[in-house]
Design a protein around this ligand. Structure first.
Ligand code: PEP
Ligand code: MN
Length: 275
């Protein structure tokens, strides 16, 4: 059985990345493009999402594409671009590592390392990412049970790195109408099983921009610790995952609705106290 990841007898873990906190009762938004495409694209996006309330920026530099002919990401150049963009925007960056050889660059330039769904059980990569000392965003594989997610997290914790954020990004279903099945029940069960924070990725879970806002609101209402969503200055031109990217306007509107929802949640105890 996993030991270090288990909720039993443990206080909830709060993972801090710059001003962003996961697990402290807040709902923390990470936003940015699927892939870093150019200096202008990542600069503009980082600045915009930060101004709209995102506390972290995402962007892929090493992309795990199903087809080897699809855009593979800008690599090290992309990592440097997101580091510059985030420094100007005043927010930390999270970038995915596909291989151990990329960790040296990521460790130097970014604030959090993402282990993507496809690598959730790449145990040597998990251990190497843990040893960078950076917080790790660990995504659930589309085929993984919750116990398997927690065993994967245990590999990181066992290296002495306590800063792990788990992410539900959909499991493989049978209906192509959504890219994956967003398992909100599973994410909530995960929070019962572990003291680690759990966030939602409705972008990769559904593959549809129209479903991002309602699922972000559902995740926040249900008590998850945050969300990671894809945002692009011009979604139809995105080099990857165009159909699920939010434009700036839609992202800003979603953030305002989230504020209203969070405000209502915080107002509840005050209303109860008036009775
Ligand atoms: C991503 O976040 O860029 C990504 C590839 O996600 P996932 O690993 O969940 O497919
Ligand atoms: Mn993507």
């Amino acid at each position: 059985m996993y030991k270090l990841a288990s909720r039993e007898g443990a206080a909830s873990t709060v993972v801090r990345v710059g001003n962003a906190a996961f697990g402290d009762g807040s709902f923390t938004m990470i936003a940015g493009p699927c892939a870093i495409e150019s200096r202008a694209q990542i600069d503009l996006t980082a600045k915009f999402v930060a101004s709209a309330g995102a506390l972290m920026v995402r962007g892929g530099a090493y992309k795990p594409r199903t087809s080897p002919y699809a855009f593979q990401g800008l690599g090290e150049e992309g990592v440097k671009l997101i580091a510059d963009a985030c420094r100007s925007a005043g927010v930390p960056a999270v970038v995915e590592a596909l291989a151990e050889t990329q960790l040296l660059v990521l460790e130097w330039y970014v604030d959090m390392i993402q282990i993507g769904a496809r690598n959730m059980q790449n145990f040597t990569l998990l251990q190497a990412a843990a040893r960078t000392g950076k917080p790790v965003l660990l995504k659930r594989a589309p085929f993984a049970t919750l116990d398997e997610v927690l065993y994967a997290a245990e590999y990181i914790l066992l290296e002495g790195n306590p800063n792990v954020v788990l992410c539900e990004r959909g499991v493989r279903g049978f209906d192509p109408q959504t890219r994956n099945l967003f398992d909100l029940g599973g994410a909530l069960r995960l929070k019962e099983l572990t003291h680690l924070p759990v966030i939602a990725d409705p972008s990769h879970a559904t593959g549809r921009a129209s479903l991002i806002e309602p699922l972000v609101l559902a995740a926040a209402a249900a008590g998850l610790d945050g969300a990671i969503v894809e945002v692009h200055p011009e979604p139809p031109t995105a080099l990857s995952d165009a159909a699920q990217a939010l434009d700036f306007d839609t992202f800003a509107k979603m953030m305002r609705k989230l504020d209203v929802l969070r405000g209502a949640a915080e107002a509840k105890p005050r209303l109860a106290a008036c009775k």
